[in-house]
Design a protein around this ligand. Structure first.
Ligand code: GLC
Ligand code: CA
Length: 583
C-alpha cells in the first residue's frame, strides 16, 4: 500500500467557535482561524479538522445543520472559507471538515417541508416519522432513549393544528435523524461531499459514523430500561451503514486531485465491529478512543495500545490516536483527578472521560504532556484538540446560566455536559478576553476562568519548558526520531510503572509512577526529548515521575533484552497480552 499523507499526520482539531474571534462578536470565526494559521504552522501540524461550521441554529453548536452548502454567517462568508482553504494549503496544512449525516437540524428545508406535509407523504419519508402508540397516539412509537437524555421521539403538531405523528432523533429534538433507506438522502450527501471537495476540502471526519441506519422495524429495545441511546444497539451499527462508506470512498477517489480522506467517529461494542468500517473500500481510519478512556496507569495504557495496534494490524490500517476532543473533559484535568484503577474497561467511554471532582492541575498538565509524547511516539496519526498544547484545564465551574450544551439542558443540570472543554482559547495574558477577541469586543460566548491568563499563548511561546514548547518540540522531532514504518516492540524496563517500547533504534519510555525510575544501564540509552526536566550525566538515566522521554537506544543492547514475538510483543513484557475484550 502506498504511503498517504494521513498515515502519520498530526491533525489539529479546531472548535471554530472558540479558537479566535476576528470580528469581535465574541464568537470564533473563519477569518480568526485564518489569522492564526502561522501559530498552527509553528506548532507543526499537518492538517486541521474543523468542527461543523455550516449554517446552523446552533442547538448543538453546528451538529444541527440547516444548510449543508453554506457556512454559518456567524463564522463568516463563503469567501472567508475559500481564503482559509487557500492559505492553509499555502502553509502545507490540509483541511478536514466534519460530516454530520446521521441527522440535520429541524430548520433544514427538508424537515420544514416534512412538517408542512401530510403523514405518509414523500417529504416525511426522508425522516423517521411514525404514528404514536396508545389510543390517541399520545405515546412514543417505541421505548428508545436519546443520547442526550429523554425520549428519542418528539411529537409534531400537524398543519391543521392537531397533535400528530412523532419523529425520531438520536440526539436533541432539534436534530431529526434522516431516513437513510430513502434514496433521496444518499443522493443528497453525494452532492454535499462533491461541493466541499470542489472547494478544496481534503476530507471529512464523519460524525457518529456508526449511526445513519436504525433497526428497520423500530421495535422496543429489550435492554435495560434506563439504557441511554448510546447503549441501544438497535439504534446503531446496522449492516447497511457500510454501503454509505463504500459509496463515499469511491466518490473521494474520483478526483480531480488526490484522494479524499475519511476518518470516522465510531462507538461499537467490539474491535471486530469496528474493523468492518475499515475494510479497504470503506473508511481510511477510525478514531482510537482506547487511550482517551484509560486512567493514568502503565498496564492499562499498555493494554490499550496493544489492543489498538492488534486491530490496526488486522485491518491493515493505521491508528488515529487521540486523548481529547470537544466531547470529553480535558486531559490536564482528567489526569489530575483521582485515578479509578479498579474499574475494568469502561462500558461507557464518554462517561469515563467526563468525571467531575477535584484536580491537581500541575500534576495533570505534567501527565498530559507525557501522555501526548506517548501518543506522538506511536505508529499512526495523532489528533490534538485545540488548547491541549497549552495544558488548558476543563472548566468545571462555569456559571449555570452560561452553559449551553443540550446535555446540560436536557438533563436539567444533572450532567454538566461539554461546555467546559469548549471555553475560548487564551492568546494574550493581559488582553481583554485573553486576546480571543479584539479590544472593545463583546464578551466571549463562554466566560474564561482566571487561570487561562497564565496559560495564554504569549506566556508560553518561546519559553523553554512550557507546555507549548514541549508540544512543538515533540511534533517537530517525531518524524525524524520514529521511522513511520517502524513497528512497536515492548521493552522490559524492570519497573512495572515504566512503560517502554522501541520502534527501530528509537524508544519511548513513560514513567506512570510517583518516583523517578532508573533505566537499565544495559540499554545505553541516549536522551532525545523529555516531557519534564530531566538530569543527564553519569551512567544512569533516571526518568522523572509522571513524565515521558524519547531515547535513542543502542540496537545491540535493545535486542538483548529478550526475544520478540511475531506480533511485535516482547515475551517477557511486564504487560500480559490480554484477549481482545470488547471495550
Ligand atoms: C458526535 C459529536 C458531538 C455531537 C453528536 C451529535 O458525538 O462529536 O459533539 O453532539 O455527535 O451530532
Ligand atoms: Ca466572530
Amino acid at each position: 500500500m502506498d504511503a498517504s499523507w494521513w498515515d502519520d499526520a498530526v491533525v489539529y482539531q479546531v472548535y471554530l467557535r472558540s479558537f479566535f474571534d476576528a470580528n469581535g462578536d465574541g464568537i470564533g470565526d473563519l477569518a480568526g482561524l485564518r489569522n492564526q494559521l502561522p501559530y498552527l504552522s509553528a506548532l507543526g501540524v499537518d492538517a486541521v479538522w474543523l468542527n461543523p461550521c455550516y449554517t446552523s441554529p446552533q442547538r448543538d453548536h453546528g451538529y444541527d445543520i440547516a444548510d449543508y452548502l453554506t457556512v454559518d454567517p456567524s463564522y463568516g462568508t463563503m469567501d472567508d472559507f475559500r481564503a482559509l482553504v487557500a492559505d492553509a494549503h499555502e502553509s502545507g496544512i490540509r483541511v478536514l471538515m466534519d460530516m454530520v449525516a446521521n441527522h440535520c437540524s429541524d430548520q433544514h428545508a427538508w424537515f420544514v417541508e416534512a412538517l408542512a406535509s401530510a403523514p405518509g407523504s414523500p417529504s416525511r419519508e426522508r425522516f423517521l416519522f411514525r404514528d404514536g402508540r396508545g389510543a390517541g397516539g399520545e405515546l412514543p412509537p417505541n421505548n428508545w432513549q436519546s443520547v442526550f437524555g429523554g425520549p428519542a421521539w418528539s411529537r409534531v403538531t400537524e398543519a391543521d393544528g392537531s397533535a400528530g405523528q412523532w419523529y425520531f432523533h438520536a440526539f436533541d429534538p432539534g436534530q431529526p435523524d434522516f431516513n437513510w433507506r430513502n434514496p433521496d438522502v444518499a443522493d443528497y450527501f453525494d452532492e454535499v461531499l462533491r461541493f466541499w471537495y470542489s472547494l478544496g476540502v481534503d476530507g471529512f471526519r464523519i460524525d457518529v459514523a456508526h449511526g445513519h441506519f436504525k433497526q428497520v422495524e423500530l421495535n422496543d429495545w429489550p435492554g435495560a430500561e434506563d439504557d441511554s441511546g448510546g447503549h441501544n444497539y438497535d439504534m446503531w451499527d446496522q449492516p447497511e451503514v457500510h454501503e454509505i462508506y463504500r459509496r463515499w470512498r469511491a466518490l473521494g477517489a474520483e478526483g480531480p486531485g488526490e484522494e479524499k480522506y475519511l476518518v470516522g467517529e465510531i462507538w461499537v461494542p467490539s474491535l471486530e465491529r469496528l474493523a468492518a468500517y475499515l475494510a479497504p473500500d470503506e473508511l481510511h481510519a477510525a478514531f482510537s478512543f482506547e487511550l482517551l478512556v484509560q486512567p493514568w496507569d502503565a498496564a492499562r495504557m499498555a493494554r490499550a495500545v496493544r489492543l489498538s495496534l492488534d486491530q490496526a494490524k488486522r485491518t491493515g490500517t493505521r491508528q488515529a490516536w487521540t486523548l481529547a476532543n470537544h466531547d470529553v473533559h480535558r486531559p490536564a484535568t482528567r489526569y489530575g483527578q483521582q485515578q479509578l484503577l479498579e474499574d475494568a474497561l469502561p462500558t461507557d467511554m464518554i462517561a469515563a472521560a467526563r468525571r467531575t471532582g477535584e484536580a491537581d492541575l500541575d500534576l495533570g498538565v505534567r501527565r498530559a504532556t507525557a501522555a501526548a509524547m506517548l501518543q506522538l511516539a506511536l505508529p499512526g496519526s495523532v489528533y490534538l484538540y485545540q488548547g491541549e498544547e497549552l495544558g488548558l484545564p476543563e472548566v468545571l465551574d462555569l456559571p449555570d446560566d452560561a452553559r449551553q450544551d443540550p446535555i446540560w439542558l436536557r438533563s436539567a443540570g444533572a450532567e454538566l455536559g461539554r461546555d467546559g472543554c469548549r471555553v475560548p482559547m487564551p492568546w494574550e495574558a493581559d488582553a481583554q478576553s485573553f486576546g480571543f477577541s479584539p479590544a472593545g469586543a463583546a464578551a466571549p460566548w463562554l466566560p474564561q476562568p482566571p487561570v487561562f491568563s497564565e496559560l495564554a499563548v504569549d506566556q508560553q511561546d518561546g519559553v523553554a519548558g512550557s507546555t507549548l514548547s514541549r508540544f512543538r518540540e515533540a511534533i517537530r522531532t517525531r518524524r525524524d526520531h520514529f521511522d513511520p514504518d517502524a513497528e512497536l516492540a515492548w521493552l522490559d524496563s524492570g519497573h512495572a510503572e515504566l512503560l517502554a517500547f522501541t520502534r527501530g533504534a528509537s524508544a519511548c519510555v513513560v514513567n506512570f509512577g510517583d518516583t523517578d525510575l532508573a533505566l537499565p544501564t544495559s540499554w545505553s540509552a541516549e536522551l532525545v526529548l523529555a516531557s519534564a526536566p530531566i538530569s543527564v550525566g553519569g551512567d544512569v538515566l533516571a526518568i522523572p515521575a509522571n513524565s515521558a522521554a524519547w531515547l535513542r537506544i543502542d540496537r545491540v543492547a535493545a535486542a538483548s533484552a529478550g526475544p520478540v514475538q511475531a506480533d511485535g510483543v516482547h515475551q517477557d513484557s511486564p504487560f500480559p497480552l490480554l484477549e481482545s475484550t470488547a471495550p
